[in-house]
Design a protein around this ligand. Structure first.
Ligand SMILES: Nc1ncnc2c1ncn2[C@@H]1O[C@H](COP(=O)(O)OP(=O)(O)OP(=O)(O)O)[C@@H](O)[C@H]1O
Length: 347
């Protein structure tokens, strides 16, 4: 079997803050194959963005990767010098953010922004770069692309700006596209259009994709594989179908049940009680235990490791079997409720 495109092993990231050390990422492991799409989901502060940004050297001066590796295409990104990493960024790995203005220069015409990245790397002549910029804008659904090359970012609507950012990200044909909450700021219809676009671009180019999102619905619709993060760790990881049908971590189950369309055994949204722990805390027990209805004494004594329960299905929970059963019973109960609701009422 060939090596994965990206293999992240025991990645740990910290930030120094006046109040102490923020343990943002606490030993994350995952692999991504070429052409695969991985959804990273979890509540705010669970470490989704920092995991990805740390791979690209984008965590600022107070952040530090304190352990682990991230081998991309055979090279460890964590060990790379900032200059080399800058080269990988954009060429092999592209990132798009929630707010296109973090990537787009507000005072530069978008044509110049797209062609600049291509010309800086001397892949294309000026004429070829312009041709490709038009082609890219056309592909991402910008009407009259040749004309719009001369416009500034503010002259586009939010959804259109996001499309421009996607064109910019794709300019150098990356092997991996990281999309950090790519559609959170957009209204629902535009969200679906942008996500559909990303999906078809992925099919066409064969690039791998990581979608960071707090929206499990987005991740299940657009990804092959899901990683659920809690308190800086992956607590469950599997293919989308497997994770939805055999949910084995209580937090993942809670996330599913708080999502109207896909939750197990419910007829209304069930929010997860409580709040995530402070990132200043070092966990020696299960970090989810205070919010967990499956917890027993072992959960408060030791921290469960992320372990394989089936090929390609990993879970960090002492009670994974019970969770799977409870989720499936929930499905059965919900199906019964739905059946009863559907019965004709006889006079
Ligand atoms: N520059 C920083 N300085 C200090 N702490 C930080 C910094 N950036 C992130 N953190 C902390 O690291 C932890 C993980 O943050 P991260 O942004 O990865 O979470 P997230 O899951 O992506 O959440 P969100 O969806 O809100 O972006 C949080 O506790 C956050 O406060």
């Amino acid at each position: 079997m060939s090596a994965p495109l990206l293999e992240v092993t025991d990645l740990k990231v910290e930030f120094k803050r006046p109040g102490g050390v923020v343990h943002a990422v606490n030993g994350v492991n995952f692999t991504l194959e070429a052409g695969q799409s991985l959804g990273i989901v979890g509540e705010s502060g669970s470490g989704k963005s920092v995991t990805m940004l740390s791979l690209l050297g984008l965590i600022g001066r107070t952040g530090r990767v304190v352990g682990g590796s991230a081998v991309f295409n055979g090279v460890d990104l964590v060990k790379m010098a900032p200059r080399e990493l800058q080269d990988v960024r954009g060429r092999d790995i592209a990132v798009i953010f929630q707010d296109p203005m973090t990537s787009l220069n507000p005072i530069m015409k978008i044509g110049a922004q797209i062609t600049e990245s291509m010309r800086m790397r001397k892949i294309y002549s000026q004429a070829e770069a312009k041709e490709r910029a038009i082609e890219l804008l056309d592909r991402v659904g910008i009407p009259q692309p040749a004309k719009r090359l001369n416009d500034y970012p503010y002259q586009f609507s939010g959804g259109m700006r996001q499309r421009v950012m996607i064109a910019l990200a794709l300019a150098l044909k990356p092997k991996l596209l990281i999309a950090d909450e790519p559609t959170t700021a957009l209204d629902v219809t535009v969200q679906a259009q942008v996500l559909d676009l990303l999906e078809s671009l992925q099919d066409e180019t064969g690039m791998a994709m990581i979608i960071i999102t707090h929206d499990l619905g987005v991740a299940t619709n657009y990804c092959d594989k899901l990683a659920v993060m809690y308190a800086g760790e992956i607590v469950e990881m599997a293919t989308v179908d497997r994770l939805v049908e055999h949910t084995a971590h209580p937090y993942a189950l809670g996330l599913l049940n708080s999502t109207m369309e896909i939750g197990h055994g419910k007829t209304a949204i069930q929010p997860i009680p409580g709040n995530p722990p402070s990132a200043l805390k070092v966990h020696t027990a299960c970090p989810f235990a205070p919010r967990c209805s499956f917890k027993t004494s072992v959960c408060q004594e030791r921290k469960p490791e992320l372990a394989t329960i089936e090929p390609n299905h990993l879970v960090a929970c002492f009670h994974a079997d019970e969770v799977v059963k409870a989720a499936q019973q929930g499905d059965a109960a919900a199906a019964e409720v739905m059946l009863n609701v559907a019965q004709p009422i006889h006079a």
